[in-house]
Design a protein around this ligand. Structure first.
Ligand SMILES: O=C(O)[C@@H]1CCC(=O)N(CCc2ccc(Cl)cc2)[C@H]1c1ccccc1Cl
Length: 325
């Protein structure tokens, strides 16, 4: 892999074995190779720290998990899901990249991209709401990334503005895949081809349905609440909530406590504030639909009038993001 080439290129001291043959070892690094900096975020099972590679000066975000806590809370499965998901989702600009992992007796470490402009939620809170152009641009980058995840057979299951990070150029980097659902390879790279996709959605018998996990109250889908199953369309429900929130400055379903929020979701109890753009309203209304198979597919969302002027694909990520004001 490129770590060896990189190692050779920068002239790392080359170990030689007894007979003088170069010992090829992965240039994977460990705790001592980094200068740890500020804490970027605290999760229930992890802490993310900024860290600089002492040798190259490159900055990373390192997610640190305490083994004892993970084992005590029976979350070992999530650790492996996050690693396997990130390893499957390489090479897309909208997904935070996992360079490598390492461990010591106490902790596990994930060496990730540093998205230096933090969470989309933070920017939204500072601005209160996004204008049409910014909502369309960030909505497009998030949708393009969801499309990539789904074709790779990954359902994120906890999409929300806190999990949409912004890199140094203000492009989207989606993170936090510990609660993702990896579909079996057969169900991965298909676009909604009608029969099998619809069947997977409708009869709920498909074994790829997730269970025993509920995302963040405001963005959780009705099917997850009703029958504890998540499917690709569950990410599109969350996408609808995010588009609504960028324009309205708050999520569509929010009540005094989780139970009341769940009730609003299951009864589709939400409204649009005055001034909510009609075209965006139409899109959101076709995503916040109780029946998952009746929600717009990604292709239909891309062709919706709201995204009329967007050029999808690689071009999207080469554009300079609109000024957030
Ligand atoms: O899959 C891997 O990359 C290695 C394989 C070898 C290994 O021991 N681990 C750690 C396994 C593990 C997972 C959870 C806990 Cl709480 C403790 C150990 C894995 C690991 C190391 C560092 C970070 C994450 C993981 Cl899953």
């Amino acid at each position: 892999d490129d770590w060896h080439e990189r190692g050779a290129a920068v002239g790392l001291r080359q170990e030689l074995d007894a007979s003088g043959r170069p010992v090829l070892r992965s240039v994977k690094k460990g705790f001592r190779d980094f200068q740890f900096g500020r804490t970027l975020g605290e999760g229930s099972y992890s802490t993310v720290m900024a860290a600089t590679d002492r040798e190259t000066g490159k900055e990373f975000a390192i997610k640190v998990l305490d083994k004892r806590h993970i084992i005590k809370e029976k979350k070992v499965k999530y650790v492996n899901v996050e690693k396997d998901t990130l390893n499957r989702l390489t090479e897309h600009p909208g997904v935070v990249r996992l360079y490598y992992t390492f461990q010591d007796e106490r902790s596990l470490y994930f060496v990730l991209d540093l998205a230096s402009n933090g969470e989309l939620l933070g920017v939204l809170k500072r601005l209160t709401t996004f204008d049409y152009e910014c909502t369309r641009f960030y909505g497009a980058e998030i949708l393009d990334t969801i499309d990539f995840m789904h074709t790779q057979g990954v359902i994120h299951r906890d999409l929300k503005p806190e999990n949409v990070l912004l890199d140094e150029h203000m492009h989207v980097k989606i993170t936090d895949f510990g609660t993702a659902k990896l579909l079996s390879p057969s169900k991965s790279n298909q676009h909604p081809d009608g029969i099998s996709e619809a069947a997977e959605l409708l009869d709920g018998s498909d074994k790829n349905k997730a269970n025993s996990f509920v995302g963040t109250a405001e963005y959780v889908s009705p099917e997850l609440l009703r029958d504890k199953t998540a499917c690709k369309a569950s990410d599109l429900w969350a996408f609808g909530c995010i588009i609504y929130q960028l324009f309205a400055g708050r999520p569509p379903f929010k009540a005094g406590n989780e139970y009341l929020t769940f009730q609003k979701i299951l009864s589709l109890e939400y409204g649009f504030p005055t001034g909510f753009p009609e075209v965006a309203k139409d899109l959101v209304e076709r995503l916040l639909v109780l029946e998952p198979s009746s929600r717009l597919s990604i292709e239909h969302i891309k062709n919706h009038q709201f995204f009329e002027s967007v050029t999808w694909g690689r071009e999207l990520w080469k554009q300079r993001p609109p000024k957030l004001q």
